[in-house]
Design a protein around this ligand. Sequence first.
Ligand SMILES: [Fe+2]
Length: 491
Amino acid sequence: MAVNFSNDPTAVGFFAPTRFEADVLECEVIKGEVPKEIDGAFYRLGWDWFYPPRLPNDAGPFSGDGYMGMFRIRNGRVSYRGRYVRTPRFLANLEAGRQLFGVYRNRATDDPSVRHINRTVANTAPFVHAGRLFALKEDALPVEMDPNTLETRGFWDFNGKYRAQTFTAHPKPDMETGEMICYGYQATGDLSRDVFVYFVDRNGEVTREVRFQAPIVSMMHDIAITPKHIVFNTSGFVTNPEWMKAGNVMWGWDPSAPTYVAILPRDGEGKDVRWFKGPTRAAVHLLTAETVGNKVIVETPVSDGNPFPFFPQMDGSPWNPKLAVTTLRRWTFDLSSKKDTWEEEIVFPNAPGALPRIDDRFYGLPYRYGFMGYADPSRPFDEKRAGNVGGRVTNVYGRFDLRTGRIVGNYFVGEVGSLQECQFIPRSRNAPEGDGWLIGVASNYAEMHSELVIADAQRLDEGDVARIRLPFRLNSQVHGWWANADQLPLV
Ligand SMILES: [Fe+2]
C-alpha cells in the first residue's frame, strides 16, 4: 500500500508532515548577530507523521511520530539537525510500510500484530540530565538520544531502579541540588491510579521513590517544585474502561470533573500527600511554584474548559473555544487551614498562552519572571495570506514579572506568522535571574519556512538580536530544552 496523506485532513499547509531528516551545516543569519557568548544546543521535540494515522479519530498532534530538532550554537554560528525518534513503533511501521498503531493511548485500536510493541511516539519534550539527552512522552520510559548525532539509543530505566511504566514529559531539575524530580502516572499500567515519584541525583542515580494513588484517572502532565513541596494536579481530561472500549482516544473532557491537586512534602512519603479539590480546570503546564510560610503558591496558565479540541467532550457538547482560552493565574494553598479548597486569582487577564517557561536555573528557588508566547489580538493576522491556518496565533514573546504584574514583550512575527514555545538561555552560569536570551522558532505560513529568533530576555521590547532562516519549514514543536555546552558532551 503506497503512502498517501490525501485522506488525512490534518496534513495540510504548514502542518502537513515534513517526512524528511535534515542537516544544515551552517544556517543563514538574516538579521543581526548571534551572540558569541552562547554555546550550547536548543533541542526541540514535536510530531511529524511518517505514515498517515490509522484511524480518523486520532489526536493529531499528540500521536504523530516524535521528531527531534537541534540547533547547535557556537562562536556566533548555528547548525541544524533533524531526526525522527527511532521508537519501536516507528521501526515497526517502517518495516510494514504503514501505520499499525491506532488512536492516542488506546492499545485496543492497534493492529493485532503489534499489541506486544511499546506504542509511544516520544514526541513531547526534550530533557537533559546527568549528561544525557532524552525524548519524553508521558506514556512510556524516556528514550535516550545521542546529543550530537540524534541517533536513538533506546529506552532508559535508570539501571532498573525506575519502576513506573511511564515517565512524565516534564521532570523538574533542581539547580540547587542538581537533582531531577520525576514521576510516572498510570504507573502500573493503563487506567491505573498509581503515581510513582522519583528523586534522581546529579549523576543520574535514583535515590528515593515515593508512591501514592490519585483519586481519579486523569491527565497529570506537569508538576511544580519548591524547596519544600511538589505539586501535582488532575484536570477535566478523564477516562474510563467503557470510554476506552468504544475506541476513543484515552482522554475525554468531562465538564463536571473536579480538579484535584496533590501537595507532597519533598521529604515526605505517600501517606503525607495532602489533596485539595476545586472546580473543573485545565492547568496542563505549571509555570512554577513557591512555598511561603504555610502556603504553597502555584503560578500557571489555566483554562476553565477543554484546551484541546481533538480530545472529545464526554457529554457530547460542542467544543467551546472561549472556555479553551488560558489566563495566567495564581493558586494559593493554605497548609495551615483544614479546608481542602484553594484560592484562585487571575494575574494576567489579557495574555492567553499555554507554554510557560522560567529561567531553568530557578526551578525550586524563589523566582520573579516567567517567559511565554501569547496571542495579542490587537496585532492583525492575515488568515488569507497565511493559508487559513485558523485558531489563535501566538505572536508575542513576553517576560511576565510576577512581582509587579507587568509584561514586557514584543511581536516577533508579522501578519502571517506564529511563534512556538521559547526557551531561556542564561548569559552566564551565575547571571542574575532572567539575564540572558530567549530563543524560539517562528513559523512563516505564507512563505512556508521557519526562522529561529534570538532576543535579549531583558530587552524584548527592542526586538530580536539575531534571526536565522531555515531553507524549509520545520515540523511542529511541542516543547524545547536549552542545554549549555557544559551540560552535555557536545561537539
Ligand atoms: Fe507539555
